[in-house]
Ligand binder design. Structure first.
Ligand code: ATP
Length: 243
């Protein structure tokens, strides 16, 4: 597999406390990879470190280049994008202006294409393009956060808990869009508490506990693992003991 993102022996610490330890991760082009794990396992920390928001110790390459000395803006320009857990939209700006901010580094012609692409993926955003972001529903805000990240035409989109706080019908919509992104050539690194939905859509999965990956493989294999089923999917596979 020729990796788009390749992290080897990654460590992230808050002061003396290591929140991520010895993590290695690969994501190929056109691939959806999920990281599942309990609250506090270190998933958000890892995404933030890959984005350059937190210092990452280890070797990390992206699209063939070494990311070590890249500032956040350089990582965005290289094709990395993060949709943070709390979405971080500009509440008093409208939908269109929030999207525009996601395109601040791309040429005008490309921004026009990006607008069309985002509005095709999320017709609801087009309908509400003059509405203030702060007045959108939770699902619409998640769509806007994803849309803004897509305005820069990323090669890899990292999503931190996109389903958090959303109704099941909206979650289904968001996950359908994630599948469409892969079909359009964007790789996705998906961090999710909703392990069932994440394992269903992902190609491969990593399971994180206490800052380390304890298991990885094809998403279907990970879903079939009895410990994963018991801890994250809420059931045991028939005839197997959870322990
Ligand atoms: P969640 O789904 O709750 O966000 P997570 O798997 O994303 O969980 P992280 O938020 O990455 O986990 O947290 C990993 C560990 O790092 C936890 O023990 C957490 O308490 C700690 N941590 C997170 N942010 C900080 C911080 N700013 N300062 C110190 N410790 C932190």
């Amino acid at each position: 597999m020729s990796a788009l993102l390749h992290l080897t022996d990654g460590h992230v610490a808050y002061g003396k406390v290591e929140a991520v330890r010895s993590v290695s991760l690969e994501i190929a082009g056109n691939e959806i990879v999920t990281i599942i794990g309990a609250n506090g396992a270190g998933k958000t920390t890892l995404l933030n470190a890959i984005m350059g928001i937190l210092p990452l110790k280890g070797r990390v390459s992206f699209a063939g280049g070494d990311l070590a000395r890249f500032e956040i803006e350089d990582r965005v320009a290289a094709g990395l994008s993060l949709v943070p857990e709390h979405r971080e939209l500009f509440a008093t700006m409208n939908v269109e202006d929030n999207l525009e901010l996601g395109a601040f580094r791309v040429p005008r012609a490309q921004a026009k294409t990006s607008f069309e692409r985002v509005y095709t993926l999320f017709p609801r955003l087009k309908e509400r393009r003059k509405q203030l972001a702060g007045t959108l529903s939770g699902g619409e805000q998640q769509m806007l956060a994803m849309g803004r990240a897509l305005m820069g035409a990323p090669k890899l989109l990292m999503l931190d808990e996109p389903s958090l706080g959303l109704a099941p019908i909206i979650v289904a919509d968001i996950f359908r869009t994630i599948g469409e992104l892969r079909a359009s050539g964007v790789s996705v690194l998906l961090v999710e508490q909703n392990a069932q939905a994440a394992l269903k859509i992902a190609d491969r999965a990593y399971v994180m506990e206490l800052g380390e990956f304890i298991l990885s493989g094809q998403a279907s294999e990970v879903a079939a693992n009895q410990r994963v089923a018991a801890s994250y999917l809420g059931f045991t596979h028939e005839g197997e003991s959870a322990i």
